[in-house]
Design a protein. Structure first.
Length: 282
């Protein structure tokens, strides 16, 4: 059995079962420290099947610090692209490789996570296990959170820093602003913007005057983030901000987004802002 770093599983205590016709029910969380940890960029831990034993999702230490290469038996595991898509391979000593790879990750049946709810859906494939359903009529797998993985001394996740700058000693973290665009390194992490590019900023791109009593507000959404439109009657009331819509907007792979915002009738003054957040974080 391959060694694995011990971490608290992110999988729901109730919604933790996938199904395979070749292996039956597969438990993604047998205990708090003996289950799968779903991260922002990779997964780790164990899935258990009474018929085939333990299935290893990865050891939590990709060679490049971000995602498993899945090109050899020393650097394998289930990857997450940060936008909800699962790829890569898990390993079962009795049944071999379990593939989360699809030619088209946008295919309806490809394995993925709903970044608003944490629920998984789609299928993985095991040569002797057949199709493994992450969601079916009886049960499904759900992750309560996304683990950020190791955090460097500057307070920023190692994987994100390596992905953005190639190292962990470039950014200072906290309130420091490496590229001088008025957004701190930490705020850039939350917003999904690039911390070394001052042109990469989270801001409203345009506001179109009311049409049929509605405003059109456009902004660029980063992949793998959630957004919410908030309103406030008084800018001096810092606690007066509240959501305009009941749910968050899932950016998916990112891109331009235009929200049609009702002006809420006649107001002496009404202010709007867009809030960005990481999905499935406490």
């Amino acid at each position: 059995m391959t060694s694995c770093l011990t971490a608290s599983s992110t999988i729901s205590t109730q919604q933790r079962w996938s199904w395979s016709s070749g292996a039956g029910w597969m438990n993604w969380r047998t205990s708090s420290t003996n289950g799968v940890v779903v991260g922002q960029y990779s997964c780790s831990g164990w899935i258990y099947s009474s018929s085939c034993g333990w299935i290893h999702a990865g050891d939590g230490t990709p060679t490049n610090g971000v995602q498993y290469s899945n090109v050899d038996a020393t650097d394998y595991g289930i990857n997450h692209d940060g936008e909800g898509h699962l790829t890569g391979f898990a390993w079962c000593e009795s049944s071999g490789w379990v593939s989360f790879e699809w030619t088209n990750k946008e295919a309806a049946d490809s394995p993925r996570i709903d970044l608003k709810t944490g629920s998984m859906r789609g299928y993985a494939w095991g040569g002797s296990l057949g199709w493994i359903s992450l969601s079916n009529i009886s049960a499904h797998v759900k992750t309560d959170t996304l683990d950020v993985g190791p955090v460097a001394t500057n307070g920023l996740p190692v994987a994100w820093q390596v992905l953005m700058t190639g190292d962990t000693n470039i950014l200072q973290g906290g309130s420091a602003d490496y590229d001088g665009d008025t957004f701190s390194d930490y705020d850039e992490y939350i917003a999904g913007t690039h911390p070394t590019n001052p042109a990469s900023r989270f801001e409203i791109a345009s506001v179109t005057p009311p049409v049929s009593s509605n405003l059109l507000v456009a902004w660029w959404m980063a992949g793998g983030r959630l957004y919410q439109v908030e309103t406030n009657l008084d800018l001096l009331n810092v606690g007066g901000w509240g959501p305009l819509y009941p749910s968050w907007i899932n950016s998916g792979t990112g891109g331009w987004y235009e929200a049609e915002i009702p002006t809420l009738g006649i107001q002496t003054g009404l202010f709007y802002r867009i809030r960005a957040a990481l999905p499935l974080t406490p």
